[in-house]
Design a protein around this ligand. Structure first.
Ligand SMILES: C[S@@+](CC[C@H](N)C(=O)[O-])C[C@H]1O[C@@H](n2cnc3c(N)ncnc32)[C@H](O)[C@@H]1O
Length: 323
């Protein structure tokens, strides 16, 4: 982390304590994951246009705004209206033209800027999702079993369990979780139709006994991925985002589980591999994109120690070739 030490000044304003008067959020500190590495690789510069597809609490966007200055443009999206409003309030007073849109990143067409110099996504949940008990993301607090990022549309997790067939639940757990006994769990869920996080927790405890503590986070994560169609949204984003990069533009994605990372890795490999002549094997055309690092960037030991969530983060990026 030595080489990023000059970024400490940028980092500190991005580590806001959550507002105390807002009962929705805890007093935990928000730390943007891999911030120094993101800035180093995506290198937002004065006057550039940046798309932050996952604004969250605005930690990365605060640093983007500082870097692009008065003449820069930030378009920031979040599916979660509350996060969007909180981040917008926190970022008021920063330089730059900022546009905050309540939007799923599966749909990045027709944005206020047609092309971008930097596109960034930091996938998954933000701390308020876990800290705010009413959201239903955490098995540590009793709440309605909701789990939607966007509470204005779609099915809650309890509705999802009610509507899916037992077989669909089995397939979902096998696809998005890496734990045994999906069939028995699905059968218990269909029999009991949990409406709250505590009810789901006790079903998992019945199904897994002493193994439940290690299975619970995986069950909650799998349901969350399904309820928000996180993999479908990421696939759409990966199809469109590269087309929105200016020549020389940079696209970076932080993922937190292997399913997401595999999709990002495959997409970036395809975009940065030259097409070859099927008969001769000779490259036909240089690819439009370059891969600055073959391996994903992970958190330093120091960051992993300070912010346990960063331990599973993997950051990959591509650059659009200049003509
Ligand atoms: C890990 S947090 C981002 C944290 C942010 N980089 C920061 O520094 O505060 C992920 C955010 O993305 C949002 N999100 C997740 N999936 C989304 C999607 N498909 N479209 C738009 N926003 C999404 C979540 O609501 C959450 O606020």
């Amino acid at each position: 982390m030595q080489k990023y030490s000059h970024l400490n000044a940028i980092l500190s304003p991005c580590v806001p304590a959550f507002p105390q008067q807002n009962s929705r959020v805890s007093t935990a500190i928000h730390i943007p994951v891999l911030l120094a590495e993101v800035l180093h690789v995506l290198h937002p510069q004065e006057g550039e246009a940046v798309l932050d597809a996952t604004l969250g609490l605005g930690g990365h966007s605060a640093a983007f705004l500082d870097a692009i200055g008065e003449k820069g443009t930030l378009v920031a999206l979040d599916a979660d209206e509350q996060n969007l409003a909180d981040a917008k309030a926190a970022l008021q007073g920063k330089p730059g033209n900022a546009h905050y849109l309540h939007r799923n990143f599966r749909d990045v067409q027709g944005l206020p800027s047609p092309l971008f110099d930097v596109i960034f996504a930091d996938l998954g949940v933000s701390s308020p999702h876990f800290d705010d008990p009413v959201r239903g993301f955490s098995f540590r607090a009793d709440a309605p079993l909701d789990m939607r990022f966007d509470r204005s549309s779609g099915m809650t997790a309890s509705q999802f369990i009610r509507i899916a067939t037992e077989q669909e639940l089995v397939e979902m757990f096998r696809m998005y979780g890496e734990f045994p006994g999906a069939r028995r769990l699905a059968s218990l869920l269909k029999a009991q139709l949990p409406e709250t996080t505590s009810a789901l927790r006790s079903i998992v405890e019945t199904a897994y006994g002493f193994r439940a503590p290690s299975i619970l986070p995986q069950v909650f994560q799998a349901l969350r991925i399904a309820v928000n169609d996180e993999i479908g949204a990421l696939k759409s984003f990966l199809e469109t985002a590269p087309t929105l990069l200016r020549p020389g533009g940079r696209l970076g994605i932080i993922s937190f589980h292997s399913l997401e990372d595999r999709l990002v890795k495959q997409c970036f490999r395809t975009l940065t591999t030259a097409e070859v002549d099927q008969h001769t094997g000779a490259p036909l055309q240089e690819p439009d994109f370059l891969l600055p690092q073959r391996k994903p960037i992970s958190a330093s030991a120091e960051e992993a120690h300070q912010n346990p969530r960063s331990r599973s983060a993997k950051f990959r990026s591509i650059t659009r070739r200049l003509p």
